[in-house]
Design a protein around this ligand. Structure first.
Ligand SMILES: [Zn+2]
Length: 126
């Protein structure tokens, strides 16, 4: 694994990567393209000159899904980025989820709301 200059290429949207210079809290950040290319974590953003992909997790330590608790979570939960949760939607315990679990939970929460509640919520986050 090698450092990649940000001028030479950027990670995929939502990718968790190791960043340089290392921010004071952790050398790991999430890459987001919105509104412009940004490395950050927990709502803070960092100036980054180089990044590299995360190494494979240790055996048996695959990413745990924050919704079902199972291993093999394959995406950052929507709330870690620009996504919003519907009222009543379960907030994942971890930052990673299975995309199917997130879709299912979104559908579940959405189906319990009235049209009026959905409209009010969408106006609220605009
Ligand atoms: Zn899951």
């Amino acid at each position: 694994m090698e450092w990649i200059r940000v001028e030479d290429g950027l990670p995929e949207e939502g990718a968790r990567v190791i960043v340089w210079p290392e921010p004071e809290r952790a050398p790991v950040a999430i890459f987001m393209h919105t509104p412009e290319p940004t490395f950050g974590i927990d709502g803070r953003t960092f100036h980054v000159t180089h990044w590299m992909g995360m190494p494979e997790p240790p055996d048996g330590e695959a990413d745990i899904c924050g919704l079902c608790g199972g291993p093999g979570a394959d995406k950052m939960a929507a709330h870690t980025g620009s996504g919003a949760l519907w009222p009543g939607e379960t907030r994942p315990d971890t930052d990673m989820v299975h995309s199917e679990c997130e879709q299912e939970e979104t559908r579940r929460a959405h189906s319990l709301l009235s049209d009026e509640q959905r409209r009010d919520f969408l106006e609220g986050i605009r």
